[in-house]
Ligand binder design. Structure first.
Ligand code: PHB
Length: 388
């Protein structure tokens, strides 16, 4: 009889504990991402990276379930992003805002992060000013000035004296052009021409012909990852700029890992600077690639790493706050946070809430498996955003 009573008590207690855990709301991460339209690959990469992290590390942190709520901005659509973030805050009562592939979408949401005191983790958008738009923003990805300055230095050190620049005509492109010009001319280089193309430009032949006619030693490009780098590579090969003696140099967005196989032989030998390559040799990267392959097909790229590292940052905040999320306390933890990323170690600068990291100089090569890779051959460590 006594044993029976004890058993009943034990199972009642177990039931109460389980009920308490499930009655607790999950910690909600509102993901504002570009899942459809011409930039759909950006949202897909970020979400794959974030989901791979959750799958590999479990969806319970500090005893609380973590839930990702996804909103598709449908592309470069600041008004849509703003409305969706508002819904996430008001209706879903999210604890974090995260994602943000494109600069205009991130900028549109920044005032809301301040008003609602919600930590906003930028997983890609890379215009320098973004982190200055709200004290609740932290960025784990990169900035264009940060990846561009080392490329201008590499060009100067490798006998390139005259460069033409081609960038997408919006935040990150203007940042890239400005920084390239600044570093390159300060070191004695000359900019022989510059063109800014519409942010969603489908075809580059006319621009490339003009550049070929100007006969620069090199062409520097920044275009947002996706369809445009594929189009520019096609145009570069068709117009035979390489045969005219024009070297192509770019930020790693242009030769990023997931779409490079769609470019044929055109990117072979192209030198780029960036923070991540799938060919990066480290235990952390091998673990990331395995986790990514568990949930998605195809190659991940730097944006998937942004999604992965952004979740690593959020998990660490949840752990350190023991599951009790407060916006201000979360920001104090994000400031100075160190992450052992698949790209190498990164730190969130406590002064700017922007990422500090190694920038690699890479060359596109065909490796033993017959596929194209960005092979790292040099690096600059602890690069802060020089655009601030
Ligand atoms: C951006 O909009 O900030 C952006 C988009 C794609 C990139 C880099 C930056 O590859």
């Amino acid at each position: 009889m006594l044993i029976h009573c004890l058993k009943l008590l034990v199972s009642a207690a177990a039931f109460l504990v389980a009920a308490a855990a499930s009655a607790q709301e999950p910690i909600k991460v509102g993901m504002v991402v570009e899942m459809s339209g011409p930039f759909a690959d950006i949202g897909r990469q970020i979400m794959n990276g974030a989901r791979a992290y959750v799958k590999a590390h479990g969806d319970v942190v500090a005893g609380r379930k973590v839930e990702l709520i996804v909103k598709d901005t449908t592309g470069m659509a600041p008004e849509v992003a703003k409305r969706q973030a508002q819904e996430l805050v008001t209706n879903d009562k999210v604890d974090f805002l995260a994602g943000f592939g494109l600069t205009p979408n991130a900028l549109a949401v920044a005032p809301l992060a301040t008003e609602a005191k919600k930590p906003m983790v930028i997983m890609n958008a890379a215009t320098s000013i973004i982190t200055t738009r709200s004290p609740y923003i932290a960025r784990v990805s990169m900035t264009l000035p940060q990846v561009t300055a080392p490329l201008a230095t590499w060009a100067l050190n490798n006998g390139i004296k005259q460069v033409y620049t081609l960038v997408a005509d919006y935040g990150p492109g203007i940042d890239a052009e400005t920084q390239f010009k600044k570093t390159f001319t300060a070191g004695g280089g000359q900019i022989v021409g510059s063109v800014r193309t519409p942010p969603n430009n489908p075809e580059f032949s006319a621009f490339l012909q003009r550049i070929k006619d100007a006969r620069p030693q090199a062409l520097f490009i920044f275009l947002p990852q996706g369809e445009q780098p594929v189009a520019v590579m096609k145009g570069f090969a068709e117009r035979e700029l390489d045969k005219a003696g024009v070297k192509l140099i770019a930020t790693g967005d242009v030769t990023e890992d997931s779409l490079i196989e769609a470019m044929g032989d055109a990117p072979l030998g192209v030198v780029t600077t960036h923070q991540y390559s799938v060919a990066h040799d480290s235990a952390q990267n091998r673990a990331f690639l395995k986790a990514y392959a568990d949930i998605a097909t195809g190659r991940p790229n730097f944006m998937a790493v942004g999604g992965w590292d952004g979740m690593a940052a959020i998990y660490e905040v949840i752990r350190r706050l023991d599951g009790k999320i407060d916006g201000d306390k979360a920001m104090e933890i994000l400031k100075g946070l160190k992450i052992d990323s698949p790209r190498g170690p990164i730190t969130i600068d406590p002064a700017t809430r922007d990422v500090v990291q190694t920038i690699y100089v890479r060359r596109v090569e065909r490796m033993k498996d017959g596929k194209l890779y960005n092979v790292e051959f040099d690096q600059v460590q602890n690069v802060k955003d020089p655009g601030k």
